[in-house]
Design a protein around this ligand. Sequence first.
Ligand code: FES
Length: 462
Amino acid sequence: DGQVQDRILPSEIMIKIFSYLSPIDLCRCAQVSKRWSELVMDPVLWPAIYPVHWASGDWSFKPLEKEDDEEALASQYEEYYCGDDEDADVDESTDANFNPDDEVQAEHKQAIREVQILSGLVKYVLPKVGTGVETCNLSHSCGVSSSHVHKVLKLCPNLLHLDLSHTKVMDTAFKEYGYKRGTGKLRHLDLTGCENITDLTLHSLAGIGIPPSDELSPAPAPNNRVAWRAAGLCSRNCCMGAVKMGISDVDKIVMKPSSLHDGKIIVQKDPSLTDLAFLCDLECWQTFGQQCGNEGKGKKILISQECGTKKDTSSCCSTIWRKKDKGQTAKQGTVCCESSCVQNSSGSCDVNETCNPAEGNSITHALHNLTFLSLNSCFKITDEGLRALSKRGGLPYLQHLDLSGCLNISGLGVAALADTCHALDHAHLYYCDNMYPDPFPTSASGCRNLQCRFRTCCRSGE
Ligand code: FES
């Protein structure tokens, strides 16, 4: 009797007893009394969520056995996305009891059930227990939406393991993720077969894309260095801020320097503008031409004379000088007209060097602690996305990287990312066998999708 136990058992004992129950039993217990409702919503009771398994009736906090899991779900995926198997040994039409409509209906019901469970979770359960959730497995879900994933990421700040493989999630699932959470706790991210994922997701995860619209205005105060750093500006005296905010191919972000002196710097997205302006070291501003490399090295960098900077046009790099007291000048830093340029710690311009946290830049992105990343069959991603992941210190703890079936990346992008993965044994690095140039021809493993019927591969017809 709930009311009797309410009076005689302390909360710790009750929670221990509840820890042996399944999620559906916990939800039933929540309806017994107000106290039980509070106790079963203790975050320690919800370490993992498996909405797909729960929708199929397997109410457990433990994953299916790996083999069964992969086999069962892969066959479910093939049926759902690829239709009937033409090579099947059994002629299903001869089975008198077989009705294809039943199968479609069953899949439809499963999808509806998943949507119901996910909607209930994000609306009623995760707001209370989200901090305890470390694992979320949505693999092969046909009911999950980008909105569900976005809410799960928002409500579960301590998530370590996220499996979205073979789902139809899109870039919007990860919007804001890299901007608001700083260094994330995520260790395992599986996006295998997420064919709608593009570079935008990788920019979001790295926190260097376009900030969400609600963060565009107002910008931090000019002297609020911490806030500027949180917005993606490099803490060192270089102009990585613009690079880190993704100025190369995406919509432009403009920080209007004209209002610098009255303390109202506005950050806004203005696609109509061709020039980019951004704050450098909070004390001077510069303007980049959109195609600065095309008009002669060094010529398109305009540096404000108002704040005591001048330009050295003798090379592609411009030295920035800052006025000190009593009319003296001091060397402030160096900037290059190439947007891919990153200034190194010695102050010289070093193209393609990544910003290293150990050298003074404390900014790391949301995937910094990742050990497993699969982008298998995310064929829309390009080198631009991989380069985004390689910035802000890259992925130093990554041990497994699967880029098989990513048909729009080249060896340059793979090398840029792999170079930041100091813990990566190339035996666990997978990419297309026909990659050109091949960055690790002898050490990396090949494509994992050869002869796979339901994952993308450039050699699938062979
Ligand atoms: Fe090229 Fe598989 S993607 S070999």
